[in-house]
Design a protein around this ligand. Structure first.
Ligand SMILES: Cc1cc2nc3c(=O)[nH]c(=O)nc-3n(C[C@H](O)[C@H](O)[C@H](O)COP(=O)(O)OP(=O)(O)OC[C@H]3O[C@@H](n4cnc5c(N)ncnc54)[C@H](O)[C@@H]3O)c2cc1C
Length: 389
């Protein structure tokens, strides 16, 4: 029997993870990417992404992240150098006691019930163990050693290299121009270079660009921009991973989270929130003076030693936000042969090691634990503005 064929549009974490897994399963795989791989504007292209199991009371993402962390360790063992750093995750709240039912307390409770060796961090512990923090401001929290961060851009490069070694045909500078269709069946893709790529199936894995290519998804999906700040402190020692692990500071209220200094002594600080709605895929990306001032204000209050550090760079990164914060991974209900993977909502990268099997099972219409959560849907009542921290 001839190998089944697929065209995947988009070479970010979702597209490349699917490509690698499908190639392993014997599919003939073509990947089209609008620019270089990794694309500078892709959400997956950055210096770091948080990898954590801490998802409040959400058992599905907690379990998926537990499996993903095992996957990161497996990948680390196969790569020339580790790209996942298990430096732990510090979660802080300003209250004297983690508020019941809040993100911090719910995560602590769920993970403790699952036997995770979490370490409670009270004000005195914070001052002693993580001295960069203004302990006067944070009363309670915990440290989870089973977490860390991944060098996301480098991971994309590594996945692309593995895909090519696995026989995937990767086309850079090949922007999507339209679907090839026979009636209501999608049978391939045209690119803007005039190329036609016919296949049994098409996977659209264009992340935050999805609602621009499939406007019918607009009720559920929208694109939002988020400011990322890269600082380079003159003395990076207070921000080395052993003193300063990945963190989230009263995140439900501040949106603030960040990373230890990386090999280039860059300390990344970001904000998880509603973001700026993006209406045009060609909209220039910029981080404003107000974004920077807002970031420095937070640092003055919480991490004074970093507040006046020179900025090494900034980045406006786009979420493919779904109204309920859940991914969308499903066959298009009205266009046979088309599968869509989007709705990352700012929290998808950590799952890269398990995304391939999830996407391949959905494409092959095989059962997969939790996949029913990502089915094609209208905005879920009562979850209009839900956001996964
Ligand atoms: C500021 C920020 C911080 C984040 N932090 C975290 C974190 O700490 N932890 C975490 O787990 N997740 C995090 N995320 C989310 C994570 O980055 C995404 O979930 C993940 O990278 C999405 O991968 P993707 O493959 O769907 O999209 P992308 O990585 O954006 O890839 C989509 C690809 O499609 C290509 N493309 C687009 N249009 C076309 C076209 N017309 N033709 C061809 N190709 C096209 C793009 O160039 C791109 O390469 C963050 C996201 C942002 C924006």
């Amino acid at each position: 029997m001839a190998a089944r064929s697929i065209v995947i549009v988009g070479a970010g974490a979702f597209g490349l993870a699917a490509a690698l897994e499908l190639a392993h399963r014997g599919w003939r795989v073509t990947v089209l990417e609008q620019g270089a791989v990794p694309h500078p504007d892709a959400a997956s292209t950055d210096i770091s992404k948080v990898v954590r199991m801490d998802y409040g009371s959400d058992a599905l993402y907690t379990e998926m992240a537990r499996r993903a962390i095992a996957g990161w360790e497996t990948w680390n063992a196969q790569w020339e150098r580790p790209l996942f750093h298990r430096d732990g995750f510090l979660i802080l709240t300003r209250e004297a006691e983690m508020p019941a039912g809040g993100f911090e307390q719910a995560s602590f409770a769920l993970l403790t019930n699952r036997g995770m060796p979490l370490q409670r961090i009270r004000r005195a512990d914070l001052a002693q163990r993580f001295p960069a923090w203004n302990a006067a401001r944070y009363g309670d929290g915990y440290f989870n050693p089973n977490a860390g961060w991944a060098e996301s851009g480098a991971v994309v490069t590594m996945l692309a290299r593995r895909c090519c070694r696995q026989g995937v045909s990767l086309h850079e500078q090949a922007p999507f121009a339209g679907f090839l269709e026979r009636g209501s069946t999608v049978c391939g893709v045209r690119d803007k270079q005039g190329g036609e790529h016919r296949a049994d199936c098409v996977l659209l894995a264009v992340g935050a660009w999805t609602p621009f290519l499939l406007p019918e998804l607009r009720p559920l999906l929208r694109t939002t921009g988020h400011a990322v700040l890269h600082f380079r402190p003159e003395d990076p020692r207070p921000f080395s991973a052993s003193n300063f692990p990945v963190w989230a500071a009263d995140i439900a209220r501040t949106g603030r989270y960040g990373f230890p200094a990386n090999a280039d002594n860059i300390v990344k600080v970001a904000k998880h929130g509603a973001g700026l709605e993006i209406h045009d895929p060609a909209q220039p990306r910029s981080v404003t003076e107000a974004d920077i001032a807002d970031g420095r204000q937070f640092l003055h209050e919480s991490l004074p030693a970093l507040a006046d550090a020179p900025l090494a760079g900034t980045r406006q990164c786009w979420y493919g936000d779904s109204t309920d914060g859940d991914f969308l991974i499903d066959h298009h209900p009205g266009r046979r042969g088309l599968v869509v993977a989007g709705g990352d909502s700012g929290h998808g990268f950590k799952f890269a090691p398990i995304l391939g099997a999830l996407l391949a099972d959905v494409i092959e219409r095989k059962p997969h634990p939790g996949a029913e959560r990502f089915l094609w849907r209208n905005p879920r009542a009562g979850r209009e503005e839900a956001r996964h921290i």
